[in-house]
Design a protein around this ligand. Structure first.
Ligand SMILES: Nc1ncnc2c1ncn2[C@@H]1O[C@H](COP(=O)(O)OP(=O)(O)OP(=O)(O)O)[C@@H](O)[C@H]1O
Length: 260
């Protein structure tokens, strides 16, 4: 796999039960790019990101992610952030926002082995971790929520906290499945600004599923139009051309235009 590629997918086919959800998918994500996956409901967008991450099995084809197959990432898994479409958890579980975001903290490299046993005790406060959690919460404008129980968050607040969880340590790849559903307009533009910064400053590769074609047009470098297979791909100017959208969405496209 070429060094500047974060993800390489070749001839990927995936079934959900007996249903052929994806067929013959091939594409690459160069490092430091922000790619959107668009397509109608049921097109296979979530299936695509879940199979790339190794969460559901592939029928045929190969996926390489930071140079390895998703099942063999080992410790490199901490270099990948994922915000799922639906994050289900027991809302009565007593964990604060700061504690939850802190779960994203991983000591990396040699420093882990060198840690003295006393430093590993759960009540030992790690100043680096505390700073990383605070920084992540500030970046998603949620520092005021840090003492709140995560079970008490609104849908949009929870999305921000899931993103903060991904920001605690640096990433090579951030995968977002409709991460903005439920986020208000201000939150939406702040969010895209943040993605822009992460991409530019830290060379993060971003793969996001979105239904907001205007946002995709404004903020993404590349688009994959998906409907069971890749109907077209490329720069938003090309991929989002009405002819390509009609080919991707079919009759639903007219309804989409009507509502947006
Ligand atoms: N666990 C499952 N078992 C069987 N079929 C499934 C399962 N999950 C998804 N499917 C089917 O696979 C197809 C692709 O679903 P997927 O969730 O990937 O679509 P999507 O493009 O993400 O849709 P949406 O925009 O509605 O979120 C759909 O036809 C769906 O009904």
């Amino acid at each position: 796999m070429a060094e500047n590629l974060t993800v390489q997918v070749k001839d990927l086919t995936v079934y959900r039960g007996n249903y052929l959800a994806l067929r013959d998918i091939s594409f690459e994500l160069p490092a430091g790019t922000n790619t959107a996956v668009v397509g109608p409901n049921g097109a296979g967008k979530s299936t695509l990101v879940q199979s790339i991450l190794g969460l559901i099995p592939r029928a045929t084809g190969t996926v390489e992610i930071i140079g390895r197959s998703p099942e063999k990432l080992g410790g490199l898994r901490s270099r990948i952030g994922y915000v799922p479409q639906n994050f289900k958890f027991d809302r009565t579980f007593p964990i604060s926002v700061a504690e939850f975001v802190g779960l994203g903290w991983k000591k990396r490299g040699k420093s882990r082995q060198k840690l003295a046993i006393l430093d590993k005790l759960p009540w030992k406060q790690d100043p680096q971790k505390i700073a990383a959690v605070e920084n992540a919460l500030q970046r998603v404008d949620a520092d005021r929520l840090k003492e709140r129980a995560i079970g008490q968050l609104s849908g949009g607040q929870l999305k921000r906290i899931l993103l903060a969880y991904c920001l605690v340590t640096p990433k090579d790849l951030l995968v977002l499945d409709e991460a903005l559903a439920g986020v208000d307009l201000q939150g939406e533009s702040d969010f895209y600004r943040l993605l822009e910064e992460l991409k530019r400053e830290q060379n993060w590769t971003i793969l996001q599923i979105s239904h907001d074609l205007d946002m995709v047009n404004r903020h993404c470098d590349r688009v994959l139009c998906l409907n069971q297979t890749i109907v077209c791909s490329g720069h938003p100017d090309i991929a989002l051309h009405p002819d390509n959208l009609l080919a991707t969405y079919g009759p639903e496209f007219a309804r989409y235009r009507h509502h947006h």
